[in-house]
Design a binder for this molecule. Structure first.
Ligand code: SF4
Ligand code: SF4
Length: 319
C-alpha cells in the first residue's frame, strides 16, 4: 500500500481549536465478520486486536467523569467484542445515547441472532453502511451475498421499530466509489428512500453521505492511478470556510482499541495522536477529569475532505 501521510503533511489547512466535547467515538477493535476490499482498518475475521475489559472500564469512567452524552461505537464489527453488550448496558444506565456502527450482516451471524433485539431493547441508534441500493454495486464493494443479508437485516430492524420515525434511529451511510465528491445528501436520501421502499418495503431515517478521505486504501488507490493530486485539488477547490465551525473534531474524541486518543477517526487511521500536555500519545485514562476545550486539533491536507462542498463527518454532510 502506498503511504499517503508524506503527501498530506505540508498543509495550508487553517488552525482548528476544540470546542466542548460532545461525543466519544470508540473503536472496539479490528475483528469483523466481513473483509471488505475498501476497509480502511483492514478488519477481518482473523484480526485479534480488540479492546480489553480494563480499557472498556476506562471508557465508562471517562463518560461518568466528563458527562459526555454520546457514545459512538465502531470497529471492525464492534458487536464482536465480547464486552460490547456490557458496555452498552452500563452506558445506557448512565443515560448516555449510544450509536452502533453496524455492518448489518453481523445481525445474521451465528451467535448474534438476538443482537437486533438487544439493540432495540437498549434504544441504541444504528448507523449502517449501504453504498448503493443496487445489489451488484454492494456485493462488488463489500463481498458476495452482502447485499441480500443487508436487506434481510434492514427488514428485521424495521420489524423491531427501527427507522419508522420513532426513537429507534436507523441511518444509512453512502460514500462515492470513485474520486468524486458525494452528491447532494437530501437528493440521494430521497432516491434511496424511494428505491428501498418500492423494492423491499424498507424504511430508514437519514442517509449520511460521506466524502472519501485521501488516506489509507483509497489514498493508495488514488496514488496508484495517478489521481492523488487531482483529487486533493478537487477537495481544496470545493472548500467552504463556513464548514470549519462544524467539523466533527471540534466536538468529538476518537479512541483506539488500546485506549489512546485522536482528534478524529481519520487521524487515528493516520496514527496522528491528539496533542495534549506535550505528550507524544495520550491515553483516555490520562484525560479523566481534564478539560480539553481549546486544545489545538492536529490538521493536515486530508482535512479538506471534511470541508469540501456540503462538508463531511461521521454524521454525514455538515448542517
Ligand atoms: S464491515 Fe466495515 S469494518 Fe468490517 S471489513 Fe467491512 S468495512 Fe471493514
Ligand atoms: S480530518 Fe479529522 S482533524 Fe481534520 S478536519 Fe476532519 S475531523 Fe478534523
Amino acid at each position: 500500500m502506498h503511504a499517503t501521510l508524506p503527501r498530506l503533511q505540508s498543509t495550508d489547512f487553517p488552525t482548528l481549536l476544540r470546542g466542548r466535547l460532545e461525543t466519544l467515538q470508540v473503536n472496539l477493535g479490528y475483528l469483523c465478520n466481513q473483509s471488505c476490499i475498501h476497509c480502511h482498518v483492514n478488519a477481518g475475521p482473523r484480526r485479534s486486536e480488540i479492546m480489553d475489559e480494563a480499557t472498556i472500564r476506562t471508557v465508562l469512567d471517562f463518560l461518568a467523569a466528563s458527562g459526555v452524552q454520546q457514545l459512538d461505537l465502531t470497529g471492525g464489527a464492534p458487536e464482536m467484542n465480547p464486552h460490547f453488550r456490557e458496555l452498552v448496558r452500563q452506558a445506557r444506565r448512565m443515560g448516555v445515547a449510544v450509536t452502533d456502527r453496524c455492518n448489518l450482516t453481523i445481525l445474521s451471524e451465528p451467535g448474534h441472532e438476538d443482537l437486533a433485539a438487544f439493540l432495540a431493547a437498549q434504544r441504541v441508534a444504528v448507523v449502517a453502511s449501504l453504498p448503493c441500493y443496487l445489489e451488484q454495486n454492494v456485493d462488488h464493494q463489500r463481498g458476495k451475498g452482502v447485499y441480500g443479508r443487508s436487506i434481510d437485516a434492514l427488514k428485521q430492524l424495521n420489524r423491531l421499530g427501527y427507522g419508522t420515525g420513532g426513537d429507534l434511529r436507523l441511518n444509512l451511510v453512502y460514500n462515492p466509489v470513485g474520486a468524486s465528491l458525494p452528491p447532494e445528501q437530501a437528493g440521494l436520501e430521497a432516491a434511496y428512500k424511494r428505491e428501498l421502499q418500492a423494492r423491499y418495503d424498507i424504511v430508514f431515517d437519514r442517509l449520511l453521505t460521506i466524502t472519501n478521505m485521501p488516506i489509507k486504501r483509497f489514498g493508495s488507490w488514488l496514488i496508484s492511478k495517478g489521481k492523488f493530486e487531482a483529487y486533493m485539488q478537487l477537495l481544496k477547490d470545493a472548500c467552504r470556510p463556513e464548514n470549519l465551525d462544524a467539523v466533527m473534531c471540534r466536538t468529538l474524541l476518537s479512541v483506539d482499541w488500546k485506549g489512546f486518543v485522536y482528534d478524529c477517526d481519520f487521524n487515528q487511521m493516520l496514527d496522528l495522536p491528539m496533542q495534549y500536555a506535550g505528550r507524544p500519545k495520550t491515553h483516555l485514562s490520562q484525560l479523566l477529569g481534564k478539560d480539553i476545550e481549546g486544545c489545538p486539533v492536529v490538521v493536515m491536507d486530508h482535512c479538506y475532505g471534511c470541508t469540501a462542498g456540503q462538508g463531511s463527518s461521521c454524521g454525514g454532510a455538515l448542517e
